[in-house]
Design a protein around this ligand. Structure first.
Ligand code: ZN
Ligand code: ZN
Length: 370
């Protein structure tokens, strides 16, 4: 980084001194501008949060009712201490934004996490012209090229249908915020009933309230004991795999949906029956194409294959450097970061639901967690 840069890394996050705020801080700060509600970009305990109007509901669910969340519609700008700030769609999850900052004629864009292919659960990514572009590099290797999501959903539905015909349940794993809802949006509800883990169900509600159409789902924890799960689809976070919670759906076939499924060995290591290549991050062509579309002469590369991407950009004649942050990509770390708090809560609620189902079999099913 250089003296006079509009943003600089500090112990607590990326700081904009001219406006006295942080972008996606990893420790509590007085004023946070948040690209999206994933745990590595939105931390608990900030004085105020500014996020997109589309993402405010989901952020409020993650940060708690007491959090002060200010919402800014995409494309509208406001002035903070001489810095003009606006938010633009990043296409990653509901409400995900790129943060555009303009100060003394220089424009910076922090893209957070982003994806180029449009999907049914959020506003599509829009390239924003800038001088300095801050980009992730989660899948920043040329081997990562996503198949079209329509073909992936065809595979998922065919797998579900085959499991149903074999008398099995289908357990589909994807992280609770964003990936799960995107998976739900691609499922064919004609095949059978759809159930969700509590961590997923809670966010489904926020998505529906945000105007995203999802097929009908039920909270898996509310089902009575002894129920047959044959033919059912159960959507859960990856951390649920192999737990006693997941075993109650047996006989079952388990699959994960992740960009990492591009690499065959990943599936075997996790003892999964299937792996579907579906990511909410950009692949290699998406990454290089998006960077070019900004027209930026300088690119700062965060979490992922930073060294590879920096080298590639320098070969293209751009100024590029690694920007160290605490953001994480998709996969184990992502699942851990975002899953732990929600899972603990959901498993607790499910334990209560199970106990109640034991105590009053046949009585009214307990409600999904609020
Ligand atoms: Zn994210
Ligand atoms: Zn991230």
């Amino acid at each position: 980084m250089r003296p006079g840069d509009l943003l600089r890394p500090t112990d607590v996050g990326l700081y904009c001194e001219a406006g006295d705020f942080y972008v996606d801080p990893w420790r509590p700060v007085p004023r946070a501008v948040v690209t999206h509600a994933h745990a590595d970009h939105a931390c608990w305990g900030c004085g105020r949060y500014l996020t997109s109007a589309e993402g405010a509901g989901v952020l409020q669910v993650r940060m708690g009712r007491e959090a002060v969340v200010d919402a800014l519609p995409y494309g509208e700008s406001l002035s903070i201490g001489g810095v003009r700030l606006s938010l633009h769609p990043a296409g990653h999850i509901l409400g995900s934004s790129q943060v555009r900052l303009e100060h003394r004629g220089e424009v910076w864009v922090v893209s957070g996490d982003y994806k180029v292919e449009p999907d049914a659960t959020c506003t599509p990514f829009e390239p924003v012209a800038c001088h300095v572009f801050v980009t992730e590099s989660t899948f920043g290797l040329p081997i990562y090229r996503w198949p079209s999501q329509a073909s992936v959903f065809d595979e998922v539905n065919a797998w579900w249908r085959a499991n149903r015909d074999a008398g099995k349940a289908s357990l589909l794993l994807g992280y609770a915020l964003g990936k799960s809802q995107r998976l739900l949006s691609g499922l064919d509800p004609e095949i059978g009933p759809i159930y969700c883990h509590g961590a997923v169900e809670k966010l489904n509600r926020a998505y529906r309230e945000g105007g995203v159409p999802l097929p009908e789902t039920s909270y898996a924890g509310a089902a009575v004991r002894g129920k047959s799960w044959a033919g059912a689809m159960i959507v859960a976070p990856p951390s649920a795999h192999g737990t006693p919670w997941a075993r109650k759906f047996a006989p079952l076939s388990a699959a994960v949906a992740s960009g990492w499924m591009t690499i065959r060995g990943t599936r075997r290591r996790k003892a999964l029956d299937r792996g579907f290549v579906l990511s909410d991050h950009v692949d290699w062509p998406g990454l290089t194409g998006s960077i070019a579309a900004t027209g930026a002469g300088r690119v700062l590369v965060t979490h992922g294959y930073t060294a590879v991407v920096v080298r590639h950009l320098r070969e293209q004649g751009l100024e590029a450097e690694v920007l160290a942050t605490r953001y994480e990509g998709e996969g184990d770390a992502q699942d851990r970061a975002e899953g732990e708090a929600l899972d603990a809560e959901a498993l607790e609620l499910e334990a209560v639901a199970d106990a109640e189902a034991d105590g009053e079999a046949g009585a009214d099913a307990p409600e999904a967690p609020g």
